[in-house]
Structures are given as C-alpha cells and as structure tokens.
Design a protein around this ligand. Structure first.
Ligand SMILES: *Cc1c(COP(=O)(O)O)cnc(C)c1O
Length: 447
C-alpha cells in the first residue's frame, strides 16, 4: 500500500519575512496603553493571559476538525500550559483535559473535569489507583503490557471497572520508543486486555510531536488502517475512539535564529544580531484537518466506526500568554539587563527561537540590534538580540509575545522570583493571586 506523501513544500526553511513580524508587533502596539497600565498597577515582570485569544484559538481548532469529521472530541493537553485558568476556560468551552501525571490528574479533578484522558509512560501504581477511583471521569491511555497488568490489579483490588485505550508507538526508532506499544503488538495487546476483567479497552491513541504539516499523522493513520484491516469484526466493533494526539504547529510557523546564532558556544556574538531570523512554514489548522480527515476516510473508516479524539496543546495556548518585563540597567548602547530571567520560561528558549522583543514605552516598527539579557547570574539568559522600538532605556516596558506554550509549565524557582499572573477577561484585568479562592487553590492545582 502506498503511504501518503507529506503535503507540499512546507517545512523547508526560508528567511522570515519582515511583514509577518511587523504584523504581530503592530497588533500588540495597538494595545500598548493597556499593557503599560497593567505593569503600572501590578508591577513587573508579568505573565499576561489573554482569555479572548485562548477562546478564539480553541473555537478555530474545533471548528476546523468538526467541519471535516463526524464525531470529534477535543482534550486540552495540560502540560503545554498548566495554569489552571487555561484548563478551566477550555473546560467551560466543552473541551476535556489530557493529563500526563498524577499531579495533573489531581488538578483536572479539582477543576471539576468530567472527561479526562490520562496519557504518558510509567504511570505508577498510585497514579493508576487514583485514575481507577475516578473511573467515571477518567479514561486511562495505557502505555505498555506491564501497565495493563498494573491497571487491572489496582482496579480489581477496588472492584472497579476502568475505561481504557492503548497508546501506539508512532515512531519505532530511538527515543520515541518510550511511548506506547508497537503496532505489530496491537492484536496481542487486545487479547491480553480481554483477559483483564476490570479494564474495558475501547480505544487507540497515537501522538506525533512538532508537525509543521500533517504528513506524519497521515502516514501513521495509513499504517494503522493496514494493521486493522487484518482484525476481525468482533474486535473492531469494540473500538469506540481513535485518539490522534496533538503536535500541531501554530500557523505562524517556527521562527529561529540562523544556525550559528543558535550555537551555544557563541551565544553573545553581536554580529549574530545583524542576521535575519529563519522561518519554517507551517500549514493552517484547516489544512491539517482536511488532510487528516481524508486519511481517516481512506484508511480507517472502511474498518471502524469510531469517534476521533484530539489532544491539542501548543496550538491553542501559544498566543494566549505573553511576557511583560522591564529594563533595569543599560550597560552599553546595545546591551540591556531586564528584571526577568529565563527561569520565567524554564529553558534557554531565545538562544534558538526568535520572537520580537517589543519596547512598549517607545513604540516603533524599527527593529534595532541590542542584546536583551535577563538578570540571572548566567550568560545563558537571553531574551533576544534586537528590539522593536525608537530607543531603549532603564524602566522601559518590554513585551515578548506568544509565550503560551511550554514556557509557563517549565518555569523554575531559580535565583529570581517568578512573575505574577495577570489575566484579561473581557475588559477586566485580574491578578490571579488576588482571586482568593482561585489563587490559593488554583495555584497548587496544576503545578
Ligand atoms: C504533549 C502531548 C500533547 C500535546 O502536544 P502539542 O504539541 O502541545 O499539541 C498531546 N498528547 C500527548 C499524549 C502529549 O504527550
């Protein structure tokens, strides 16, 4: 059987067009007064959550897939941004939650989620017991034969029946083998599960990360269809859902510093700031949905009638959080130190990834070379190699947009205090720690 070819040429790097960056900068400069007021009122640095952007992305994501597929259910991957406000907002929009640890599961239960997927390798006996105790709200996506045994044991001890799926290895090479079982073991797994009377196996899951286009997902759906074509009807009729995971790259694509700028041995080369960033284009979510829909039509639906579960993380939260910070010190014409360090995001993101640094205090569409560094006692503490602005001076307020995914969840208590979280809900701005019943309970809930 021929496997689908990845669609068009997206994914090959090109220079990042100025117009793309300027459009993003302009969209934030129009709200510049609001951001400055926020820093005035709540201080700096801040994580700023934009509820409207989150809701907008969630609606667009779901609509894209609902227009292509019959029965679709979306589960927000909590690990991509574990602030409880995001999970709570998405629950309110009818999303379920995808959790990948006992801590995340406790958080989801505390938020009142009634439709929870529990994924991830190496779930411990106590994590499985917690899932079993909440079997009316949790579906366990089992990762191995051993985990099937452990889940059966925990459920049997308590006389409970647990709804479950099994994760399939989407790539049998290297480090990705840690996830799920290989496709060629699926039939044996099904037989093993049928001997476990406290586990109801009724679904399949796979997840391929970091996709600029739907090629990976389409290829795996084709392989899955081929595997299922050998299964008898009796088994197929028990498959209620196929969970196709997350891994959708936002439509802006990936923005990177040119390769040698990412070289960790010379992170502070000023010459690097002269060279324009690189763009890896991504396809719009509608195109993911259309192509994945077609692959399901061709390879899966001939064998199965099932719901499709989706687990977006990055795609829905990327644009829902921005970071606000201030310049503390200007040491040279093109070197400033800010009041926030990369402990805010938990990794040295901006040595490889490019995002505009926007000087809200001196708005301009001019981008100027300058090292924008954090205040941690390590040179690997870089926000950017240039800024948008007329000039840059101590006390200026800077914005780094679209930091919603895989930053807040990875924040570190390292050297400097962590920023406060401030949320825009319609025209109201609230500081999360000012909402007593949410701030205190919520903050411990999903960390
Ligand atoms: C991380 C993860 C996701 C979300 O991935 P994104 O790239 O953020 O969309 C979904 N499902 C599983 C099982 C994951 O581990």
């Amino acid at each position: 059987m021929a496997l689908p070819v990845p669609p068009d040429a997206s994914g090959s790097p090109c220079l990042l067009e100025r117009g793309r960056v300027e459009a993003l900068v302009r969209s934030h400069l129009t709200r510049n007064g609001r951001y400055l007021d926020m820093v005035q009122k709540y201080g700096s640095p801040l994580y700023f959550v934009d509820e409207a952007a989150l809701a907008d992305r969630a609606r667009q994501f779901r609509a894209a897939f609902e227009s292509q597929l019959q029965a679709v259910r979306c589960f927000y991957a909590v690990k991509s941004n574990n602030h409880p406000f995001l999970a709570k907002t998405l629950l309110g929009m009818g999303f379920g939650l995808d959790v990948s640890s006992g801590i995340e599961l406790e958080g989801a239960l505390a938020l009142g989620a009634t439709d929870i997927l529990f994924s991830g390798p190496g779930k411990t006996a106590s994590e499985l017991a917690l899932a079993a105790q909440h079997h009316e709200r949790v579906t366990v996506l089992m990762d191995s034969f051993g985990e099937l045994e452990r889940l059966e044991r925990e459920a049997a001890k308590r006389g409970l029946q647990v709804r479950a799926g099994v994760r399939l290895m989407s790539d049998e090479r290297g480090l990705w083998r840690k996830f799920g079982i290989p496709l060629h073991d699926l039939y044996a797994f099904w037989e093993a599960a049928s001997r476990c009377s406290h586990v109801t196996l009724c679904g399949l899951q796979f997840h391929a990360s970091w996709n600029l286009n739907p090629g990976n997902q389409m290829a795996f759906i084709a392989r899955l269809g081929q595997t299922l074509s050998a299964f008898e009807q009796e088994v197929l009729s028990r498959i209620e859902f196929v969970d196709i995971g997350g891994g959708y790259w936002p439509a802006q694509g990936e923005w990177l510093h040119p390769a040698d700028e990412a070289n960790r041995s010379h992170p502070l080369e000023t010459s690097a700031s002269q060279r324009p960033p690189v763009h890896l284009p991504a396809v719009p979510i509608e195109q993911f949905a259309e192509k994945i829909g077609r692959a399901l039509q061709e390879h899966l639906y001939p064998h199965l009638t099932c719901a499709i579960y989706l687990e977006p993380g990055r795609w829905v939260c990327h644009d829902a959080m921005h970071i606000l910070l201030r310049v503390v010190d200007k040491k040279e014409r093109e070197l400033v130190i800010t009041d926030a360090g990369t402990n805010t995001v938990g990794w040295e993101r901006y040595e490889t990834d490019y995002f505009p640094v926007i000087n809200l205090s001196r708005p301009s569409l001019e981008e100027v070379p300058c090292l924008i560094l954090g205040s941690l006692c390590t040179p690997h503490d870089v926000w950017g190699y240039r800024y948008f602005g007329g000039a840059i001076e101590p006390n200026d307020v800077l914005l780094v947009p679209s930091q919603g995914a895989y930053t807040y969840s990875l924040r570190q208590r390292f050297i400097k205090p962590l920023p406060r979280v401030v949320i825009a809900k319609g025209s109201t701005i609230i500081a999360w720690d000012d909402v007593p019943w949410e701030g205190s309970a919520g903050d411990t809930v999903l960390q």
